[in-house]
Design a protein around this ligand. Sequence first.
Ligand code: NAD
Length: 485
Amino acid sequence: MTSSTPFEYAPAPESRSIVDIASSYGLFLGGEFVEPAEGVMFKTINPATEEVLAEVAEAGPADIDRAVAAARRAYSRVWSTMPGTSRGKYLFRIARILAERSRELAVLESLDNGKPIRESRDADIPQVAAHFFYYAGWADKLEYAGLGDHPTIPPRPLGVAAQVIPWNFPLLMLAWKIAPALAAGNTVVLKPAETTPLSALLFAEICQQAELPPGVVNIVTGGGETGRALVEHHDVDKIAFTGSTDVGKSIARSAAGTTKKVTLELGGKAANIVFDDAPIDQAIEGIVNGIFFNQGHVCCAGSRLLVQESIADDVLDRLKRRLGTLRLGDPLDKNTDIGAINSADQLAKIRELSQTGSDEGAERWSPPCPLPEKGYWFPPTLFTGVTQAHRIAREEIFGPVLSVLTFRTPEEAITKANNTPYGLSAGVWTDKGSRILWASQQLRAGVVWANTFNKFDPSSPFGGYKESGYGREGGRHGLAAYLDA
Ligand code: NAD
């Protein structure tokens, strides 16, 4: 977007030579990298350039059997019987290594995912380390993990956890899953998304470096069939899934009638509500952060802007000016605000839904924004004149696309905000504390941010209502999801 920006920046690319990417990766089972039983491999690419980064093994049913058996052995022989203080030491060691190798991890994450290095360096990887530090501290205090006020008998772990994660925050979702599971005494088999397996495989190397007992963490790569074989495996005690609502529903169906415990973190269509007394400049930054952070590949993205009618024109003018300053391009450039869309499939989905916005009569706007020729790109886009019946107001686009709706009264804002099958997050912008408290009680969303957006902390639980799933990750609630309390 260099031509339209009022600022000129010299390119400041982060060096990719800090990270070594092997040409081929096996599966991480029982503490070592092994070949997949059926020998099938698939490629992972850099979505900003379409360059192949590496070949990765596709785990089949026999590999899943081996992975679950390794996790079961490590669970019963080592991890569940180890004192909490010792488990905590391993987790602290992993957390320290993550912090030490943060630059390498950030570059790898941006290469495989397409997200700007500014975000992987300043948001994803620091949060990853913070999660391990936070849950390391819990490992020897599990008797306080119940949600009452008094310590209880130390609760028991569940056993072997099958964990399946999406591609939008690859290493952060891994941390949200693995850190509490291990702190509570479970062992895990984790499957990263097929388009972003590399940071999970580097994490496997970090487990080796930390001398984590073999089998405590197992990483199986592959696509949907690998995920299905894992969650449907008979010897799994707990399923933790983050991904789309459709897959979440199919997992819930398959687990029904078994003894498996399940947590599901699914999609969202969050309302970001701006009242007429809001601090407007701050709200503009919050709107931008809410929908354009990570190219809008965020389950809790503020993808529906609800702005009070009396200030709508002013907010839109300022928002458009601000969008004109965003820089789209090379994810490894430290100046970049908007990186690449993670895959050709996701780009097609964003294009298709955006087209329905125009076809259904909403008005589409993007700043002048030349797109690189190679790779997968979509300009920051907003739609005005959106009604609640439009698909772009109802369906998750999971891209840098904002639907703008207006309201006249606070009650109307809440009604519109809650008019969605989802219920993951919401934002409220107002000068009045009383209105914040009122709105947060009315909003049917797991997280409500006030005069800010996308704020995360390992001690704070996160999760949804309705079709956004069930169970919480983060904080004491996130630990309880891995305990038989
Ligand atoms: P997806 O459901 O297609 O894939 C997610 C993961 O599930 C991938 O690893 C995939 O290989 C695996 N998978 C696919 N089919 C499976 C099956 N039948 N059984 C088991 N595993 C299977 O979703 P996606 O497109 O990769 O991710 C985007 C979705 O994830 C969005 O809807 C987004 O809102 C959601 N998400 C939610 C949260 C949250 O915390 N609520 C966080 C990030 C993403």
